[in-house]
Design a protein around this ligand. Structure first.
Ligand code: NAP
Length: 326
């Protein structure tokens, strides 16, 4: 298959290359694009050296099977429609197209049916959304999900490579705020993205409309508080969920244990440092909420893998199977 990655030098772009390799995606062509700043950088796919090229409109007039974008909303808005005209499928990691009614927002384990034979642009959801909706979709099928109250503890890699540089510089004694509104070292910041008129932040807004769209529950009530914490990789979430039907704790645990891409931890719990290179969403400390119509749990996943690159590569693989390429 002919594949291109736009934003290949970023946190997500580099992980996309790793995931393509780990999932054994066959590639006759793999072209890597970034801005002028990193043109000429060499990245490796196994022992194959690949030189990053500067992204230009002409770059995407070439015909690829798959173009994976992870270069932010501005780049996607300009270049993804060009790529979509010339290539089989575009998968975009930014927020640019997620709210568009006609653009699928996909977690393959939940609404993967939207991928098969689709042509155009598919939006990859936000990292904090993917890890949360995976277990909630299982619980929704059992008990009819009505309401979510979630607080997040999101790592600095969620802000891209500059987030990591900011935390490491502050740990080394620099007092520059970097990409954050307050110092992040030895601190937590209850703001991710700008605040909207309703008091919620942009990241919180994403958790609301993306959950409703992916789970196909337009009336789902979602109350998020998103918080940046001084962790390098891995987002954690404290989730409270309410259901229409009566919950059976043992049955819920069994369903989560058997679900794809979920690791259910019964007697222990996951932390961001424990994740290593896992591609799964960890569900721990499952318990009843305020009554037997509600549940609480602790949820952890690697934001750059499951929350971005792994989900994008899974979309690619499912689409390639539907097109007979795999
Ligand atoms: N990090 C996460 O956990 C995560 C999760 C889900 C979604 N996302 C989304 O994925 C996207 C990338 O995030 P990231 O964390 O990988 O960010 P990042 O580390 O800052 O990387 C950004 C990438 O975009 C490239 N880029 C920037 N401006 C460009 C331009 N004008 N033309 C071509 N390439 C350009 C950069 O290239 P240079 O090296 O040349 O600057 C770099 O490769 C964002 O939309 C983000 O919201 C991130």
């Amino acid at each position: 298959m002919k594949i291109a990655i736009v934003g290949a030098t970023g946190e997500v772009g580099r992980m996309m290359l790793t995931c393509l390799d780990e999932f054994n995606v066959p590639m006759t062509t793999i072209d890597l694009y970034a801005s002028e700043r990193s043109a000429g950088t060499v990245l490796y796919l196994g022992d194959r050296a690949l030189t990053v090229q500067k992204l230009e409109e002409d770059s995407l007039s070439r015909s690829y099977d798959y173009v994976l974008f992870s270069a932010g909303a501005g780049v996607a808005l300009h270049y993804a429609p060009i790529a979509a005209q010339n290539s089989r499928l575009v998968i975009d990691n930014s927020s640019a197209f997620r709210k568009e009614k006609d653009i699928p927002l996909v977690v393959p384990e939940i609404n993967g049916n939207l991928i098969d034979h689709y042509h155009g642009i598919i939006a990859n959801p936000n990292c904090a959304t993917i890890q949360m909706v995976l277990p909630l979709s299982i619980l929704d099928h059992l008990y009819a999900l009505q309401k979510i109250v979630v607080s997040t503890y999101q790592s600095v890699s969620g802000s891209g490579h500059k987030g990591i540089e900011t935390l490491l510089a502050q740990r080394n004694g620099r007092q520059d705020l970097g990409v954050y509104p307050e110092l992040i070292d030895l601190n937590v910041i209850p703001q991710i993205g700008a605040f909207l008129d309703n008091g919620y932040s942009q990241e919180e807004d994403k958790l609301i409309f993306e959950s409703q769209k992916i789970l196909n529950l337009p009336d789902l009530k979602v109350c998020p508080t998103t918080v940046r914490v001084p962790v390098l990789y891995g987002h954690s979430e404290s989730i409270y969920a309410e259901f229409d039907k009566t919950v059976n704790l043992e049955e819920a645990a069994k369903a989560l244990k058997n679900a794809e891409s979920i690791v259910y931890e019964e007697h222990t719990y996951m932390t961001p440092r424990g994740l290593n290179s896992s591609n799964d969403s960890f569900v721990c400390r499952l318990r009843y909420g305020v009554d037997n119509h509600s549940l609480c749990f602790w949820n952890v996943a690697n934001n750059v893998r499951l929350g971005a690159a792994t989900n994008a590569v899974k979309i690619l693989i499912r689409h390639a199977r539907s097109e007979g390429l795999l």
